[in-house]
Design a protein around this ligand. Structure first.
Ligand code: SF4
Length: 373
């Protein structure tokens, strides 16, 4: 198996069919950690996985969509409240705290910025202020990659955001769209109907324009009522290609375990999951047989996910990905921090839960109480 260095860890290239099958059956179990970096937070030296990403959890408002699978609606049994409910209250306190967290992490050299959570574009003033902070020359980590995850609503409503993202050198916009037919997409994403992009007329015009400013990657969640088989994957790709999209990731709904509350979202996820394995077999049963128009590039065995990268029609990079929340939590229990999330309560955590794996708190009144997980 060849290892190919990458920004976030490394990619892997199986050299024969046995290695490919070992990857496909092993998934994330094949993960090998590259290296670690350290920084001091709240007086303690913390080890970080080299290549980890930092997420300023974007919840300036509630989300303007209501995706049936939304991970923010999944609740772990010990969790007191949903992160999605903790909207950022006080911008002064928030940005002062975030600046302090950035300063504490500014010595890290391999960290990426992953702007996700709810919908970052729903409050343009919040996003512009965040971009201004990220763009500062001093006391901010040098992020080696910057990505915004969005449903595109605010990019259509506030085009000045597009210029600001370009000026802050974002590497790509990862735009959620679960189907090429807007009516089917709407049955999955439930985008607020006062957001023009719920219809393809506005969405398609926006995507065609965006590529001139920041590269666009689409994220399509595979679902039983949406994209659910190889022919649908190819229809989606032909549509995205015509819009100038450079990358598309098709994600299997994350594998959950019994630690999640049996709420509507968990039940929907379990009922509508489309596994990627049959798709991978249909596209490339083995290394010597790849479907017409598809070229295999490499795979990634990440710390809680596995994906395969292909080139479609020589133009669009396609990623098919599966992940496990159970594996994510198990890795987080090691003494190496795998992920950083700054939450709206001022906690800097190694977890998406604002009260788990707390590394430090950066709101002034709580600084002295900063605790280690
Ligand atoms: S756009 Fe994202 S945050 Fe909003 S409902 Fe959909 S998955 Fe959840």
């Amino acid at each position: 198996m060849k290892l190919i260095p990458s920004l976030r860890n490394h990619a892997v290239l199986p050299e024969n069919n046995e290695e490919l099958q070992a990857l496909r059956t092993g998934k994330w179990q094949v993960y090998q950690e590259e290296a670690t970096e350290s920084a001091t937070l709240a007086g303690q030296s913390i080890q970080f996985r080299a290549g980890l990403t930092f997420t300023p959890y974007a919840n300036p408002t509630k989300c303007n969509a209501h995706c049936r699978f939304c991970s923010e609606e999944l609740q772990r049994k010990h969790q007191k409240e949903l992160t999605a409910e903790n909207i950022i209250q006080n911008h002064e306190e928030y940005f002062t705290g975030l600046a302090a967290a950035f300063k504490a992490l500014s010595s890290l050299t391999t960290m990426g910025l992953s702007l996700s959570g709810l919908e970052a574009t729903s409050d343009p003033l919040w996003l512009l202020r965040l971009l201004e902070l990220i763009g500062q020359a001093q006391d901010v980590p040098v992020f080696n990659e910057k990505v915004l995850y969005t449903n595109a609503t605010g990019l259509h409503k506030h085009p000045d955001l597009i210029l600001a993202l370009q000026a802050t050198h974002f590497d790509r916009l990862e735009i959620s769209r679960c189907h090429y037919d807007d009516q089917i997409n709407q049955k999955i994403m439930y985008i607020n109907r006062n957001e023009a992009v719920y219809q393809n007329a506005a969405y398609e015009a926006l995507i065609k324009k965006l590529g001139d400013y920041v590269p666009v990657k689409n994220s399509c969640i595979l679902t039983q009522i949406g994209v659910n088989q190889r022919s649908e994957v190819e229809r989606y790709l032909n549509w995205a290609h015509d819009l100038g999209v450079q990358q598309v990731v098709f994600r299997e709904l994350s594998r959950l375990d019994e630690s999640y509350v049996e709420n509507n979202t968990k039940q929907w996820v379990e009922k509508h999951r489309v596994p990627i394995d049959p798709l991978l077999r249909a596209i490339m049963p083995d290394l010597t047989q790849t479907r017409k128009d598809w070229e295999y590039l490499h795979s990634n065995a990440g710390y809680y996910y596995y994906n395969e990268h292909f080139l479609y029609r020589g133009a669009v990079e396609v990623i098919l990905e599966t992940s496990s929340y159970h594996e994510l939590r198990s890795r987080n229990e090691s003494n190496v921090t795998q992920k950083l999330v700054f939450h709206s309560n001022g906690n800097l955590c190694g977890d998406w839960d604002p009260n788990s794996a707390v590394l430090a708190n950066y709101f002034a009144k709580k600084t002295e109480d900063a605790v280690l997980s």
